[in-house]
Write a protein that binds this ligand. Structure first.
Ligand SMILES: [Zn+2]
Length: 271
């Protein structure tokens, strides 16, 4: 499933290809993905003025004041291909652009979804209203995390994965961040000192930034015809390494289950 860094990589790849481009026509091969699609033909003749991201949503800003919001679900992919390219398997929507290219949406499992919202108040929509700050923004401050953890008995891992606290810290990034911060994943959030939470904020940003940088190097893949997504192969320090040795202390990395998800950690380096 695409996580925040992958979606940011997709955004960075699409932005220069779409910005300032007019949508000449739209072909929908089906009317519904996870939810019914909005009337995308309403975009014909309109121009894309930019591509933003909020949490794991891509936001295509249109010159009429609307924003096309798109969630990739589990297997959604965007590709920019020459218009004459035949529709591939699992291709559901094709936006023909004014310069001979087309934006294609492919999604084998069809958990993706889209909406056409007013750009000014999209954050009030149910998809966004309860979301916490972006992890790379100034709003995700040390004070914000201290407040979110204050007197909470829930394990810190569950708290940082709570999208109402901060968006985009998926399961992989939660394990990796807690390892770097030296914080045990089951520790009650409310019992972690302010300096340690400060370090956690710092390493969450680092881990996500590194993942975005790594994804950025494979951008050419997902805008080309070969159809590979821009996901990156990342070397993790704890994630998926249970039974292997900790790089810092040589003890075995452990795996436990928290809230139905696997957590990987070092019982010696994380307290
Ligand atoms: Zn260790």
């Amino acid at each position: 499933m695409p996580e925040l860094p992958e979606v940011e990589t997709v955004r960075t790849g699409l932005e220069p290809l779409l910005r300032g481009r007019e949508i000449a026509s739209v072909i929908c091969h089906r009317s519904s993905l996870r939810y019914p699609l909005p009337d995308l033909t309403a975009l014909v003749g309109k121009t894309v003025i930019g591509v933003r991201r909020r949490a794991k949503y891509l936001l295509f800003d249109i010159d009429d004041g609307q924003t096309l919001v798109w969630h990739l679900g589990m297997t959604g992919q965007f590709h920019v291909l020459p218009q004459q390219t035949q529709a591939g398997s699992h291709e559901h929507v094709c936006f023909n652009l004014s310069y001979g290219q087309s934006l294609r949406y492919r999604d084998a499992r069809r958990f993706g979804y889209a909406g056409l919202l007013h750009a000014e108040d999209f954050e009030k929509h149910a998809w966004f209203a309860a979301l916490g700050p972006e992890p790379l923004s100034d709003d995700f401050s040390v004070n914000h995390l201290i407040e979110a953890c204050s007197s909470r008995k829930a394990p810190i891992k569950n708290v940082i994965m709570d999208a109402g606290v901060v968006v985009g810290v998926g399961n992989i990034y939660a394990s990796e961040s807690l390892y770097r911060a030296g914080i045990h994943p089951t520790r009650a959030a409310g019992r972690i000192s302010a300096p340690r939470l400060g370090l956690l904020v710092k390493v969450i940003r680092e881990v996500l930034e590194e993942a975005i940088d790594a994804g950025g190097s494979s951008i050419s893949d997902f805008v080309n015809a070969d159809g590979k997504p821009g996901y990156f192969a990342h070397s993790f320090q704890v994630y998926g390494r249970h039974g292997d040795r900790c790089f810092a202390c040589d003890k075995q990395i452990k795996r436990i289950s928290q809230a139905g998800r696997s957590t990987f950690y070092c019982s010696s380096c994380q307290r």
